[in-house]
Design a protein around this ligand. Structure first.
Ligand code: C2E
Ligand code: MG
Ligand code: MG
Ligand code: MG
Length: 291
């Protein structure tokens, strides 16, 4: 029911958006940062064999004063077109690293927690981007090894040379690179060959339709590629215990999705982290007698 309502809200937001001019969104977005309308929510990523939270993904939220929220799928592209994604993206990065450092300092269970931040093409090709990341890590004291930058294949299409150079510079800092929405682009395999990545995220379309033979085979193939290239694998969009069980049985090491938790405000995430060890046993232990 909760999810149904979220979907309805999303639909409403999309509809109301369609009635507004693109320019209005762009205009409002310019004031989103100074008016403190942006927040970052965090979704846990679970180690499927143990049920432990190993990382969280930072996801941007925009609450325009007094009006219906606009989903990132709608406003992030506008931010990219207008160039606002650079200041906004830097703010998200700083916010996530600051929060990550705070969790490392205050939560016993969060000692090695990683934080993943989504990065768009216009950020990645910004000549200052590697320096910005270095500066934010320095200012916040967040360990580079705990930061993951998520990039999508569409991000990688724009300026391959700059992108590759920046990814190398970032990895030299100790930051890890994750390929988001893997399997939905046109040249997934070429990117894995050419770019030094650390993690692949299986797109949720494969996971949500995971009961079909084709999806199962594709998930298995991605897991094999991950194994062959020494990449960690995270399955996105796990919504049911059955999906979690199947992925675990296939040997998928990590997963995230509404089954475990939706993205949450920082305080809710903190509460989740302090209680999660008991509330989410690994999927295979749910099968009676297997333990
Ligand atoms: P993404 O990076 O692939 O993030 C995963 C999306 O799936 C999130 O949507 C998350 O809320 C949603 N999700 C998580 N679990 C489930 C599930 O079990 N089922 C379903 N159906 N969905 C699930 P969200 O937060 O609306 O973000 C959408 C996209 O917007 C992100 O996709 C990312 O591409 C972009 N985005 C979000 N925050 C940022 C940001 O700070 N910077 C940039 N550049 N892009 C961002
Ligand atoms: Mg992502
Ligand atoms: Mg994704
Ligand atoms: Mg996505």
């Amino acid at each position: 029911k909760e999810r149904g309502r979220n979907r309805a809200e999303l639909f409403e937001a999309a509809m109301s958006l369609a009635q507004q001019s693109h320019a209005r969104i762009a205009q409002d977005l310019r004031y989103a940062l100074p008016r403190s309308e942006l927040t970052v929510h965090y979704q846990p990523v679970i180690h499927l064999p143990t049920g432990h939270v190993t990382s969280v993904e930072a996801l941007l939220r925009w609450q325009r004063g007094g009006r219906s929220p606009i989903p990132p799928e709608v406003f992030v592209p506008v931010a990219e077109e207008t160039g606002l994604i650079r200041p906004i993206g830097t703010w998200v990065l700083r916010e996530a690293c600051r929060r990550g450092r705070h969790w490392h300092d205050t939560l016993a269970k969060a000692g090695t927690l990683s934080v993943a931040v989504n990065v768009s093409g216009r950020q990645l090709t910004d000549p200052h981007f590697p320096d910005t990341v270095r500066q934010v890590l320095h200012d916040t004291g967040f360990p580079p090894a705990s930061l993951v930058l998520e990039i999508t294949e569409s991000t990688l299409v724009t300026d391959a040379d700059t992108t590759a150079a920046h990814i190398r510079a970032l990895r030299d800092l100790g930051v890890r690179i994750s390929i988001d929405d893997f399997g939905t682009g046109y040249s997934s395999l070429a990117y894995l060959r050419d770019l030094p990545a650390d993690i692949v995220k299986i797109d949720q379309s494969f996971v949500l339709k995971g009961s079909s033979d084709a999806s199962q085979s594709l998930i298995q193939a991605i897991l094999q590629i991950g194994h062959a290239l020494d990449l960690d694998v995270i399955a996105e969009g796990i919504e049911t215990p059955l999906q979690a069980q199947r992925l675990h049985a296939l040997g998928c090491p990590h997963g995230q999705g509404f089954y475990y938790s939706p993205p949450m405000a920082p305080q809710a995430l903190e509460a989740y982290l302090t209680t999660q060890a008991s509330s989410h046993p690994p999927p295979h232990t749910a099968v009676r007698g297997r333990r």
